[in-house]
Design a protein around this ligand. Structure first.
Ligand SMILES: *Cc1c(COP(=O)(O)O)cnc(C)c1O
Length: 384
């Protein structure tokens, strides 16, 4: 089955009673024992809707099995705790989603788990941090907010050689643009709140791996209890039907906008892995099928990013990302506000940086919105 056919059909529950076109929702929290060889219970991740959607998600990432969680962080925390225990060590890429960094910095110490962040995102940067007790290497690519790229295959090979499990947060790329299992990664994580959901109305997470790894994750997951309600599972199934067409459109819009911004006289930098000027473009080209719907940019010196944001009419200022509607935020005021000055400098995140989640609108309307906002703030700058 091809990607869009998997999105539309794979795993769907047949409505045998009424022959409806879509999967029915089963909301029971209690199922008769004799019907099934396992006890079905929502917190055991095995209701009919959960199982059906897991098949679709596993197929999208070329994995054997999947689990769906109540949030991306529920998926990430459960998975990390399934493979790490007291005395173990993990190597993490420095540029990770803020929630993941908080989880590691605030929780691991309580459980005696050691961790190191890389100084550089090169494969050598990961190799330098490996210790005899390293059990997991954790990456995220493209990263937030500068869209830096980690060489997935090279890191997977490094980990394999050392008997280390690899995990990737594949949220920014989505399964449309990047399938890390094909590149040798063991475990793929997503915040389904983003591209899998895609309409800014679902909080969910998912993990994909081999049957064996998923079994290990399941045994921790049932204790932590982070499963997703079947209503939302059903909504997520519906959302994923259009995943392929949504994300391809977002790729196209983002690429076009990145090129336009790059040539714009009032923009000083553009960060998009599809641009030849992006320092990691060659790695991105090798491992990504499309370059994604996320980009970042900086306005020229003297133009105020906050004022620019306020002048936008179509593009909304919003914390989250990956919806069909375009959204923008200032990382230093929002997603990365808790980072120290030193940490911001290490990651190269400047105060004027804007992170742009490109939607499915007509690109001309998005360009026009940006243009009119720039012109307004230029007039304001002259008045002062
Ligand atoms: C949003 C996000 C998460 C966390 O997901 P939630 O669904 O908010 O818990 C993890 N990783 C990345 C890259 C994200 O963008």
């Amino acid at each position: 089955m091809g990607f869009n056919t998997i999105c539309t059909h794979l795993g769907e529950i047949k409505d045998k009673q009424f022959k409806g076109a879509i999967s029915p929702i089963y909301l029971s929290t209690s199922y008769a024992f004799e019907d099934v060889d396992v006890k079905r219970y929502p917190r055991y991740f095995n209701t009919p809707n959960q199982e059906a959607l897991c098949k679709k998600i596993a197929a999208l990432e070329n994995g054997e099995a999947a689990l769906i969680f109540g949030s991306g962080m529920a998926a990430i925390s459960t998975t990390l705790f399934a493979f790490l225990q007291k005395g173990d060590h993990i190597v993490l890429q420095r540029t990770l989603y803020g929630g993941t960094i908080n989880l590691v910095n605030e929780e691991f110490i309580k459980h005696g788990i050691e961790y190191s962040y890389t100084d550089s995102q090169t494969t050598e940067g990961f190799a330098q941090k490996i210790k005899p007790n390293t059990k997991v290497i954790y990456i995220e690519t493209p990263s937030n907010p500068l869209l830096t790229i980690t060489d997935i295959k090279a890191v997977a090979e490094l980990a394999n050689k050392n008997g280390i499990i690899t995990m990737i947060d594949n949220t920014f790329a989505s399964p449309v643009n990047q399938n890390p299992i094909e590149l040798g990664i063991d475990i793929v994580l997503h915040s389904a709140t983003k591209y899998l959901g895609g309409h800014s109305d679902i909080l969910a997470g998912t993990v994909i791996s081999t049957e064996k790894n998923m079994d290990q994750i399941f045994h921790v997951a049932k204790n932590f209890g982070g499963s997703l309600s079947d209503f939302t599972v059903w909504m997520l199934e519906r959302s994923i039907k259009t995943l392929g067409i949504r994300v391809k459109r977002q790729n196209k819009n983002a690429f076009r906008l990145a090129k336009w911004l790059k040539g714009h006289e009032d923009i000083s930098s553009v960060y998009y892995p599809g641009l030849k000027s992006h320092p990691d473009h060659e790695i991105a080209k090798k491992q990504m099928k499309g370059y994604g719907g996320m980009l970042s940019f900086e306005l020229k010196e003297g133009l105020n990013a906050s004022k620019f944001q306020k002048e936008l009419k179509l593009i909304k200022s919003s914390m989250s990302l990956a919806g069909v509607e375009s959204t923008i935020l200032s990382p230093t005021l929002t997603s990365h506000a808790l980072l120290s000055e030193e940490e911001k400098n290490l990651q190269g995140i400047k105060d004027g940086l804007l992170r742009f989640s490109v939607g499915i609108e007509e690109k001309e309307d998005l360009m026009q919105d940006i243009q009119q906002a720039i012109e307004k703030i230029k007039i304001l700058a002259l008045e002062h």
